[in-house]
Design a binder for this molecule. Structure first.
Ligand code: 5GP
Length: 112
């Protein structure tokens, strides 16, 4: 099981923000901004580059989940950033697709 599968299965605790049948959103353990949430599909897709056309609806739902999370955490109006890290150069560390949602302060651009 991936780390995030264990969180989905409640084998590892996490501070959950929202949940739907297809995804779980929880606070990142090492937040890089006042709000740093991970949205994780319950279906294991290792990384974005391995998603298939069959995953199109699920990928759309993950992006729409951003609205749910940012509204709930009151950053929908102030703004936020969505990040998906892929592979070594992208900074991916957990091989289970996840959408980072960062906000609660102005974010620098470009990222490092
Ligand atoms: P990546 O680097 O793969 O894009 O993102 C993985 C994220 O998972 C990191 O931001 C890291 O802080 C977070 N993370 C790693 N282990 C845990 C954990 O056990 N619980 C939670 N909530 N987040 C974790």
């Amino acid at each position: 099981m991936t780390l995030f599968e264990k969180i989905i299965a409640r084998q590892i605790p996490a501070e959950i923000v929202a949940e739907e049948p297809e995804w779980l959103a929880f606070h990142d353990i090492n937040p890089q901004a006042p709000v740093h949430v991970l949205i994780v599909p319950k279906k294991v897709i290792p990384r974005l580059g391995e998603a298939t056309p069959e995953d199109a609806l699920l990928l759309g739902k993950l992006l729409l989940a951003v609205q749910t999370v940012t509204r709930k955490l009151s950053i929908l109006e102030t703004g936020f950033r969505v990040v998906i890290n892929h592979g070594h150069d992208g900074g991916e560390t957990v091989p289970h697709l996840h959408v980072h949602v960062l906000g609660g302060r102005p974010l620098a651009w470009p990222p490092g």
